[in-house]
Design a protein around this ligand. Structure first.
Ligand SMILES: Nc1ncnc2c1ncn2[C@@H]1O[C@H](COP(=O)(O)OP(=O)(O)OP(=O)(O)O)[C@@H](O)[C@H]1O
Ligand SMILES: [Mg+2]
Length: 626
């Protein structure tokens, strides 16, 4: 059912007796009854809701169970404490004539349990609504089915709400709980969900499709099951949780498409978006939204100089003070990292020291005194740059064998065929008015270019970082950094370590990182330490289809339920993804109007390579199936 279809149906709904009728005057009239499970048995097993499905396997009845989650902030304020106290007192003062009601005992236990979970286990609380929708073309059969359902649930010590007068609202609610209509809110206040902490909620989920969107924030996709629009609040400055995201999937599975839609959603929400674009596929969308496209690709010859210090910040808080103190050290690290990335491996100690001494000499020549911050930004001598570094390394190489060895490793980037790498310094740092800034960093044609893109990304990150800090100090605006082809940032230990540090500190600067990659290995055990840290500390994960080996690798390192893995495995060529958030899963797909869709397509060569890859993958799948 498409969304417009659903809307049309909802508009023409009519309640007759206790159910609603769809297509009333046609030969295909369908009767639908929606009920809500109001009370669950005290112990719910994973297959609980499946029992309902299996109840109506035979006959002319369709069943659809849907679970809705809404994160709840249960406040242990005075009225809640008072409630707990009253229940406790009632229990204590129970006499033979004044027996405490069963419901009160249950309420007390439930409240205690939630409080414990929230405080001792740091669990999140959820409101859960479990709707069961029965439909049939035969009205009497539907009535009989409803009775059977009520009986089953009552036998299990559960209870249903039948909505005798509010079938239309219930039907709508189970479809569009996330739509921001007020009517829905009133309805939910009357028929509140079951309050549970996350581990209880996860028993029901992920075995049933549900919705973990929280009705605020940014469009993240439509539910695969019923097309319901889903939003996630991933850029709320008041929220202290880091909302970084990892997007995984094989080439051509839809990662970039998804991230482009997400980027637009973020911009609509007022978030400033920075993108690292390796393949030049973000140009169209960037221009279309009035963004700035910064070409720092190899061909352009433009680069950000690693010696450049991040700007000094007004010391409005301790983060700014600390930042100011660390600026010189950070640039030294950037220089080391850049040089290491250029050689594509790790640097032996003696070569590292030769580099280090050259850096020190450059600082000295410029009058930079490490212990005196006032000397860092004005130069009494030649300004330190990567070119001056190479020049001085050459001089050192005449008497220092390690310096010579290292110089030989990087000479092609300064004097050889790769000298376009550092041809023209791009010293523009801040882009205040653009809603989106895209750094074009190279073309991925061969292995060497991988290295180029890694270096460029690392250097551009300093520029992005300066913008993020600047934005935070200007006001409340939030920033997001999208690293498409993020495996390049996780090139080796040093680079990954750097990205991991950025990911864990970006929240302080009101920012988040969204990292997409077709190479999950870089994030798992066996990959780099920084990559693993990133994986473990990223709360939101998105899985598109991937090859069996990648999927096996992920399941070996993460506790993803086998149902979810199987689901991912069936999403070949569908562009459907699994969203993992707060330990829960949802199945979604982004939908955009056709005139917008053209902006998100990957173009030319890349598309051809993707098609070829997908054809090969399909062949392999077929062979496996035979
Ligand atoms: N939700 C969608 N709706 C319509 N088309 C889509 C959708 N998602 C992806 N596509 C199509 O699939 C193509 C490939 O998707 P995309 O470029 O996003 O893959 P990718 O995962 O980023 O691949 P790579 O790892 O090679 O960069 C897109 O050009 C687009 O045509
Ligand atoms: Mg892509």
């Amino acid at each position: 059912m498409t969304l417009t279809n659903v809307e049309k149906i909802v508009k023409n709904l009519k309640q007759s007796e206790d159910e609603i009728v769809i297509n009333e005057n046609s030969s295909q009239a369908t009767y639908v009854r929606t009920v809500l499970i109001r009370k669950f048995p005290s112990t719910v097993s994973a297959g609980f809701l499946d029992t309902i499905d299996s109840l109506f396997e035979k006959g002319n009845i369709q069943v659809r169970t849907s679970l809705e989650f809404a994160p709840t902030k249960l406040k242990w304020n005075r009225s809640m404490k008072w409630k707990l106290k009253r229940l406790r007192n009632n229990l204590r003062n129970e006499t033979e004539t004044e027996m405490i009601r069963n419901e009160e005992v249950e309420a007390l236990e439930a409240l205690r349990g939630l409080k414990d979970a929230q405080f001792k286990k740091n669990a999140k609380l959820f409101d859960i609504w479990a709707y069961v929708k029965l439909s049939s073309t035969d009205e009497s059969e539907l009535n009989a089915a409803t009775r059977t359902l009520v009986e089953l649930l009552e036998n299990l010590d559960a209870k249903v709400e039948l909505f005798e007068k509010e079938q239309i609202q219930a039907f709508q609610q189970s479809l569009l709980i996330n739509s921001k209509n007020k009517k829905g809110k009133e309805f939910l206040e009357k028929y509140y969900g079951l309050l549970a902490h996350d581990s209880a909620a996860s028993i029901l989920y992920p075995f049933i499709h549900g919705n973990i969107g929280d009705d605020q924030g940014v469009y993240i996709g439509n539910r695969a099951e019923d097309n319901q629009f889903t939003f996630l609040d991933i850029c709320n400055p008041d929220d202290q949780d880091a909302k970084n995201m990892i997007v995984l999937g094989t080439t051509g599975s839809g990662k970039s498409f998804f991230m482009k839609v997400l980027a637009v959603g973020l911009m609509i929400a007022g978030v400033k978006v920075f993108v690292f674009d390796v393949d030049g596929e973000w140009k169209e969308i960037c221009e279309n939204v009035g963004g700035v496209y910064v070409d720092q690709s190899f061909q352009s010859g433009k680069y950000a100089d690693p010696f450049r210090l991040l700007p000094w910040l007004e010391e409005v808080d301790k983060d700014c003070i600390q930042h100011n103190k660390e600026r010189l050290q950070k640039s030294i690290e950037t220089v080391h990292r850049t040089l290491e990335l250029l050689t594509g491996g790790s640097v032996p100690d003696d070569e590292y020291n030769a580099i280090d001494r050259t850096i020190m000499q450059l600082h000295e020549d410029a009058g930079i005194e490490p212990n005196d911050t006032t000397t860092w930004d004005k130069f009494d001598g030649p300004k330190p740059t990567i070119h001056r570094f190479y020049e001085q390394l050459n001089i050192r190489a005449e008497h220092d064998e390690a310096a010579y060895r290292f110089k030989e490793k990087i000479t092609r980037y300064f004097e050889g065929t790769q000298r376009k790498m550092f041809e023209q310094e791009d010293d523009q740092l801040l882009y205040e008015d653009a809603p989106m800034v895209v750094y074009h960093l190279g073309q991925s044609i061969n292995q060497k270019d991988d290295r180029v893109a890694a270096v460029k990304m690392n250097l551009a990150f300093d520029q992005v970082w300066a913008n993020i800090q600047h934005i935070k100090l200007l006001g409340e605006q939030y920033s997001a950094v999208i690293c498409d082809e993020g495996q390049r940032l996780l090139f080796n230990e040093t680079a990954s370590d750097y990205v991991y540090t950025l990911a864990t500190t970006i929240r302080k600067w009101n920012g988040q990182i969204i990292l997409g990659t077709n190479t999950p290995e870089v994030l798992l055990k066996g990959g780099t330490k920084g990559g693993q840290g990133l994986w473990e500390n990223t709360p939101i994960k998105v899985f598109f289809w991937m090859e069996e080996s990648a999927l096996t690798n992920i399941t070996a390192h993460t506790n993803i339920p086998s149902e979810i893995v199987e689901f991912i495995d069936t999403q070949f060529k569908t562009n459907v993804f699994v969203l993992r958030y707060n330990q829960k899963y949802d199945f979604l797909k982004v939908h955009v109007p056709p005139e917008e869709e053209v902006l998100y397509h990957t173009r030319g060569l890349k598309k051809k390579a993707q098609t070829e890859f997908m054809e090969k993958a399909e062949e392999q799948r077929l062979q496996r199936a035979l």
